[in-house]
Write a protein that binds this ligand. Sequence first.
Ligand code: PLP
Length: 405
Amino acid sequence: MNREPVSRELFDEVMVPNYAPGSVIPVKGEGSHVWDQGGKEYIDLAGGIAVTCLGHNHPGLVGALMEQAEKIWHLSNVMTNEPALRLAKTLCDLTFAERVFFANSGGEANEAAFKLARRYAWEHFGAEKNEIISFKSSFHGRTLFTVSVGGQPKYLEGFEPAPGGIHHADFNDLESVRKLISKDKTCAVVVEPIQGEGGVMPGDPEFLKGLRQLCDENDALLVFDEVQSGVGRTGHLYAYQMYGVTPDILSTAKGLGGGFPVAAMLTTEKVAKSLGIGTHGSTYGGNALACAVAQRVIDTVSQPDILKGVGARSERLRKGMMDIGERYGIFSEVRGSGLLLGCVLTEEWKGKAKEFLNAGLNEGVMVLIAGPNVVRLAPSLIIPEPDIDEALARFEAGVKTVCGK
Ligand SMILES: *Cc1c(COP(=O)(O)O)cnc(C)c1O
């Protein structure tokens, strides 16, 4: 067994250079706290990019994992398994869904969603109805289909030819969708109700309602990518429930496993029929270990007191960041919903989000960015209030060093 000590330098020797990880290597987590190799402690407002929704080392999740680990891990889809069936039933009970497809990542859940949308239109209306409308600045994953549907051209650079039939409208601009949509050609409109990677940009309620109506008028399916906004992030189990706009297909991942890789595509019985036997699949999808953990996540997060607690924590964190923004003149706005917040840098500090992230790290607080102009926060949904206060104090100390005040 290789138990040589490892350091950040090794990354550059053995890893494909597509990431630029920070200089420290965390080795242990507990709740909203993380410790690195040197024993330095951090408060985690990043949550592994909106993933560890119940913090690190949550006793319930550890228990669910251990319990299932001693029973059975994996079967493939040649057999079904109890945890997958239970989780699918729970997701159907708690959402609009009547059918569930399991995958392992957000990108894969979206890949399934987009393939299903095409297949559904092909079956019901013919091969011509294959166009997908999505939005500029959106993010849907890194497979070739999902980066093509995503609205950030830089992620597609050098990987063309891309799948065709994809059009990008302007987010929160219904008129731009109206210009692209048609009954003959459009099979689906794909949207993040709150754009995450694109800068934590909430959809306007009227915009999302308008999309629903346009889809209905044009026999197109409405697909909500809730990979980031789902699993309690907004204080609702899924953001569509907050908006009161129900999609035909919804993708969920990130928080779903609380740190264990698992994803799902939710849909109605009618739409699901278009993925008949043999049309799509995944070896690991519905893995028993993953589903057992996700079950505990959903059972926990869907409790009313947990969802309600998100609102109070959100207000505390939002107010704290706004106060810091005012004292140092760094934020023009703190936007987002629940515990998915984006602090937008003022003109003066534009492009410097990474500097604030690094300064925070130095002071013992982990934050995220969403592009060069937004500091993004996605902490555990159950982060204790004293941890929020301490994290804000540490972040302010970091801001001080960046601003030289
Ligand atoms: C993170 C993310 C994805 C991709 O998820 P992966 O698990 O990295 O494949 C897709 N859509 C949205 C909205 C995301 O935030």
